[in-house]
Design a protein around this ligand. Structure first.
Ligand code: TEU
Ligand code: CA
Length: 562
């Protein structure tokens, strides 16, 4: 059973906002905090009760806010600290929470700490960063090139795991730990309810290793930040390169005093060989990853995070779903197979209207530092057309276009010229249009979230996987006490499905189903409450899937027992 704190946090439904592209309130073409405030009722109606905002601190914006120059001030383009206070008040007034993005691994080189540090070895900030006379290893920057940069002012090399202007902090210096604790406390005092922590695995390093992360003091440092009484109530989700359940236990077990949960990335490789190379794939791959992590986290009473999209990734619907003729169906079935599992749902802006990848077709549409650097790198070995095709597939800007609120001027995002090109399909796909459509992705999300929050089985219930690993669909149940719900998610091809137990009329379906059994169209899904006829049936367990393929019904083993 999950601990009390995690049971409470299971009720959080978190909407991720990329502030630069969400809503512009003053016509300068850049999203801002007042713009977010304008849209809070839209979010509340959707059924979310928390927002995570990507970094909105002072920043020169080389990596759109992930290069912070002051952790205690707001980026000019986004507004002021008064706007932030107003946002916190507006959220709390609606019973909603705020999760800030904390970036503890690096600061901008314009941060005062770095400006002082580079002055020399006698400076009080001298050891805030890693300085070396000789490059100690061949680590590379995530954004291409060496991770080491020579600073002529100091006459030494410093580490930057990301852009040259994002210098890695030296956490072995107790003053850095203290500065970051003070940062966390500053925001706790402002009233924030949690943090998403950027590349948490990188804050402790071992320079003799091949990989920059998971150093010997990682857990000590996480504990220093969040194991304190002051931080005990927070919801914390760490972005980390964890692929192993034991590592997740070390981060998230209730008695560790570290994090509530992690973002795990195994499933994010669906539909691609590497970040810029697509691969033919199916929802099956996603399903199998999801099941694996569900079962692992359930076994060890860990809180899981449920997401497929964020600001670093082209939308999943465009990679393994269908973002053309079956866009509505694919967007909704993917929501059902993800958000009715056990964990904290994260919805990325635009996902709730089934927004596909931006699909820019000119290199000058791209702004992202990773995309721009990688394009240059690719052009050394391939034609510009080929390089553009790859960038177009993998670019982070696929998720960073202005939110399409309407088909009007600038997609209703701004009265001025947006900082980045509009989505290539904003006239076809936008909030206003989706809300008015017969088949609205938003309305489906809304109904799904309402169903989830009003039935405890979807929160704390156990997961029963009913379909098998080869089936071209995903059938699962959530069970709590004597309540049991079944979720049928069909994948690409049409299927005949018959369950070995009876259900009420579906409470949720993307294509108006009248009954849970029967023929399922491509990407059709339905959710229904199971009818439990006798006390014995309440403990009935499906050992192997009972599946109908092309009209033939296979009943494998159906046993009752504890
Ligand atoms: O991303 C870190 C991360 O995991 C990278 O490996 C990620 O794949 C990156 O986007 C390269 O494609 C976090 C943030 O989410 C990202 O936006 C920042 O650029 C990065 O940290 C540096 O702060
Ligand atoms: Ca603005």
């Amino acid at each position: 059973m999950l601990c009390k704190k995690y049971q409470e946090q299971l009720r959080w439904v978190i909407y991720q906002i990329y502030p630069r592209s969400f809503m512009d309130s003053n016509g300068d073409g850049i999203g801002d905090l007042q713009g977010i405030i304008q849209k809070l009722d839209y979010l509340k109606d959707l059924g979310v009760n928390a927002v995570w905002i990507c970094p909105c601190y002072k920043s020169p914006n080389d990596d759109n806010g992930y290069d912070i120059s002051d952790y205690r001030d707001i980026m000019d383009e986004f507004g002021t600290m008064e706007d932030m206070d107003a946002l916190i008040t507006a959220l709390h007034a609606r019973g909603m929470k705020l999760i800030m993005d904390l970036v503890p691994n690096h600061t901008s080189t314009s941060h005062r700490w770095f400006q002082e540090s580079r002055k020399g070895k006698d400076n009080p900030y001298s050891d805030f960063y890693y300085w070396f006379d000789e490059i100690p290893n061949d680590w590379e920057s995530e954004f291409r090139g060496s991770a080491w940069e020579y600073d002529p002012v100091r006459g030494q090399y410093y580490l930057h795991s990301f852009a040259v202007s994002q210098a890695d902090l030296n956490w072995n210096n107790p003053a850095v730990v203290k500065a970051m604790q003070d940062t966390v406390d500053f925001w706790i005092e402002k009233g924030v309810d949690g943090f998403r922590i950027d590349v948490i695995d990188m804050i402790s390093k071992d320079f003799s290793k091949e990989y920059n992360g998971f150093g010997p003091r990682l857990h000590e440092f996480i504990h220093d930040l969040f194991g304190r009484e002051k931080a005990a109530h927070l919801f914390t989700v760490g972005e980390s390169d964890v692929h192993d359940i034991n590592e997740m236990i070390r981060h998230c077990a209730a008695d560790r005093g570290e994090l509530s949960t992690l973002f795990l990335f195994d499933h994010m490789e669906c539909g691609r060989i590497d970040k810029f190379t697509p691969k033919q794939d199916s929802l099956k791959t996603l399903r199998n990853h999801l099941i694996h992590w569900q079962q692992e986290t359930e076994k060890y009473d860990l809180l899981h995070s449920l997401f497929t999209d964020n600001h670093d990734q082209p939308p999943m619907i465009s990679r393994i779903g269908n973002d053309r003729e079956k866009r509505y169906e694919a967007a909704t079935v993917m929501a059902a197979m993800l958000y009715l599992l056990k964990g904290v749902p994260f919805i990325y802006q635009g996902q709730e209207i089934g927004m596909p990848a931006a699909n820019y077709d000119r290199i000058d549409c791209f702004d992202d530092i990773e995309s721009v650097n990688t394009y240059k790198e690719f052009c050394k070995t391939m034609t510009p057309e080929e390089a553009l095709r790859k960038i177009n597939f993998g670019s982070r800007d696929n998720a960073r276009h202005p939110m399409a609120w309407s088909n009007g001027a600038n997609g209703g995002f701004s009265t001025g010229k947006p900082w980045i090109a509009l989505h290539s399909r904003y006239q076809e796909i936008n909030v206003e249009g989706d809300l008015a459509a017969d088949r609205s992705v938003y309305r489906f999300y809304q109904a799904l979230l309402a169903l989830r929050r009003s039935n405890d089985a979807f929160l704390n219930g156990d997961l029963e996987v009913i379909s098998s690993a080869d089936d071209p669909y995903f059938i699962f149940a959530r069970k709590l006490g004597n309540e049991r719900w079944v979720v049928v998610c069909n994948f690409e091809s049409e299927q005949q499905i018959k369950l070995p137990f009876q259900c009420e009329k579906p409470s949720l379906a993307n294509l108006n189903r009248e009954a849970i059994d029967g023929k399922y169209a491509s990407y059709e899904c339905a959710v229904a409450k199971c009818i439990l006829r006798s006390p014995a049936a309440t403990v009935a367990v499906c050992e192997r899937p009972v599946c109908g393929i092309n009209g033939r019904i296979f009943i494998r083993k159906f046993s009752s027992g504890g």
